[in-house]
Design a protein around this ligand. Structure first.
Ligand code: F6R
Length: 609
């Protein structure tokens, strides 16, 4: 979603802010802008398109000067993609300048009020309304004006504000949209993500909801929007520069696919007690008694995270013998969900900021569920809302198409299911044996990655086809959904995933000569049934690409092309079978000439409904 970078200190800040903004490009955006205060005057330059377009424009109109400033990448919500609607926005009275992530929900009534006061708007955005409101309330104290304005607003915001009349002050505030403050030596950065800060300082703190920070080169003061002082916890940012750089790969998505073995080794580290067959999950320890008594698990997520949650459902039923459901968090939050006693709700999210998943978790919690999180970003909003949880530890995911977070989510959910199963029905031996298989996964993924060239060649054969099917059963039905999502989101090919048996109930009508149908056909309980489905597709002229278990020569009789994955217990298989699908989607997008890391219309984390 939108990106924020702001600076106050003693350095000329244009370049360092733009470098930070580039680190946020992966989040998805459609326009970019920058403002500084130069000799007491605010200057704003903005443009639709990429940060590179903004840099071109700055070359033409002249570089920004100033040691205080802000820049922004916008992902349109209110108002189309135009230069006027891009941020920063200014007011028409007090020399206020603002950048904003989120949505001010009551902007229409605030706008009417401000128009009656004589303000004239040049954009269609809710953000300009906030700029005008702060300007209207400004009386020589920017911090107080921001606090007062935010008391009038409903919705979500991460904002940074500056004012010509206080040319050394930045004021930032947050509700529902993350903001970090980087604390340097006589200089401070504010950003929507730590990756924009890390090359300047590793000391930072996160603003909490309804908090405001006033920053000058001399220091900062943090308070609530009601002006109650608060003391933030300045901490070491746990991001390594190499984690957020390409390091020889062509795209972040490719890097993250190849990083999966390492990522999973981190997910597992210290969590296997093979000797006594116990999974060690410190994040659950305080709630062990409630978890043992759990009668139902509700898994919540969106997109790829939902696919991991769907696999989680099978895992909880198989390994922990607990009734489980998985749900779109966007649907769950607006239903009237029945939450029985001893229900555990698990939010699955890479970013920990997905608005629907956050709201669904709160809904479940309010109805008495124990709230767990399976989250990647440490300290994210959802992580902070949970009672307990397990972090994925797969490192920052920059690629918009989620890959290593997916395998991390499935692995972490497996660990939680084993942790609960071991306290209910699983013997130490069963658990140890599954852990041993788990330990082999990174090496097995490496074997799949080694077949990348073959996967690329096969992809080349089909890349011009506009309609694809992805089919699987059981644990690999969600994998089929994930394969289809990966393909469509970066290559813009229409792809549908479904349970293989569902095909006969309608979608089979789509199959025509040469249509690619990807089957996840690894060895498992439903192998024979998948074989029958494959033949149904073949009989209608479809071209079958199968993901199969190494050593399965039989499959070659039925499939035009085969991607082999090593053998593994069925519950662990999606972690392997998804890898060729990720690589195939990656190659299809590159072959079609698309920007894999910046797919059209997509944002990395969806912090609006
Ligand atoms: C697809 C993708 C999205 C996310 C979804 C949830 O590749 O990345 O479908 O999985 O937006 O995001 P998180 O996991 O951050 O809650």
């Amino acid at each position: 979603m939108c990106g924020i970078v702001a600076y106050v200190g003693s350095k000329q800040c244009q370049q360092l802010m733009l470098e930070g903004l580039k680190r946020l490009e992966y989040r998805g955006y459609d326009s970019a802008g920058i403002a500084t205060i130069d000799h007491g005057k605010i200057r704003v330059v903005k443009t639709i398109g990429r940060v590179a377009n903004l840099e071109d424009k700055l070359e033409t109109v002249g570089a920004m000067r100033g040691t205080i400033g802000m820049c922004h990448t916008r992902w349109a919500t209110h108002g189309g993609v135009t230069d006027f609607n891009a941020h920063p926005h200014t007011d028409d009275k007090s020399g206020i300048c603002i950048i904003h992530n989120g949505i001010i929900e009551n902007y229409a009534s605030l706008k009417t009020y401000l128009e009656e006061k004589g303000h004239r708007f040049v954009s269609q955005t809710d953000t300009e309304v906030l700029a005008m409101l702060i300007g209207e309330l400004y009386d020589g104290d920017l911090e107080a004006a921001v606090q007062a304005a935010l008391r009038e607003c409903t919705g979500a915001y991460g904002i940074v504000v500056m004012c010509e009349r206080e040319p050394e002050t930045l004021v930032a505030a947050r509700k529902g949209s993350p903001l970090m403050v980087g604390v340097g030596d006589g200089e401070f950065l504010v950003a929507s993500d730590g990756s924009a800060i890390i090359s300047h300082t590793s000391q930072a703190f996160a603003l909490e909801d309804y908090q405001v920070v006033k920053i000058t080169p001399q220091g900062f003061r943090t308070s609530t929007i009601h002006n109650v002082p608060v003391t933030p916890k300045v901490q070491q940012l746990e991001i390594e520069l190499e984690e957020i750089e390409l390091g020889g790969y062509s795209h972040f998505m490719q890097k993250e696919i190849f990083e999966q073995p390492k990522a999973l080794r981190n997910t597992f580290r210290g969590r296997f007690g093979i000797e006594d067959g116990r999974v060690v999950l410190g994040g659950l320890a305080d709630h062990a008694k409630e978890l043992v008594k759990a009668k139902r698990v509700v898994l919540l997520g969106q997109g790829t995270a939902l696919h991991a949650a769907m696999i989680g459902r099978y895992l909880f039923e198989d390994l922990a013998k607990i009734p489980a459901t998985s749900e779109f968090s966007s649907e769950f939050r607006y239903r009237n969900p029945m939450i029985e006693e001893n229900t555990v709700a698990i939010a699955v999210s890479q970013s920990g900021e997905t608005a629907d998943t956050l709201a669904a978790l709160i809904e479940a919690k309010d109805r008495g569920a124990l709230a767990l999180g399976v989250i990647n970003v440490v300290g994210s909003t959802i992580a902070r809302e949970t009672d307990a949880g397990v972090y994925l530890r797969v490192g920052p995911e920059i690629g918009v198409a989620s890959t290593k977070a997916f395998v991390g989510q499935v692995a972490a959910l497996t660990l939680v299911a084993m942790w609960m199963g071991r306290r209910r029905y699983m013997s130490a031996d069963q658990c140890s044996s599954l852990m041993k298989s788990f330990e082999q996964i990174p090496e097995k993924i490496e074997r799949v990655l080694a077949t990348d060239e073959h996967i690329k060649k096969v992809t080349q054969k089909y890349v011009d086809r506009e309609n694809w099917l992805f089919l699987g059963r059981g644990y690999n039905y969600p994998t089929a959904l994930e394969g289809a999502l990966k393909l469509k989101e970066i290559s813009y090919i229409h792809a549908e995933g479904m349970p293989a048996a569902e095909m006969k109930h309608g979608p089979i009508a789509l199959i025509n000569e040469g249509m690619p149908a990807v089957f996840i056909a690894n060895r498992g309980r439903q192998y024979e049934k998948v074989m029958s489905n494959i033949q149904e597709v073949r009989a209608r002229g479809g071209h079958v690409i199968a993901v199969a278990t190494e050593g399965d020569e039989n499959i070659r009789k039925y499939a035009e092309d085969v991607f082999y994955v090593p053998d593994i217990e069925e519950p662990l298989s999606p972690i392997l079978t998804v890898v060729p699908l990720q690589l195939m989607a990656y190659h299809a997008a590159v072959l079609r000439g698309h920007d894999v890391d910046k797919p059209r219309n997509l944002a990395k984390s969806v912090t609006v409904e």
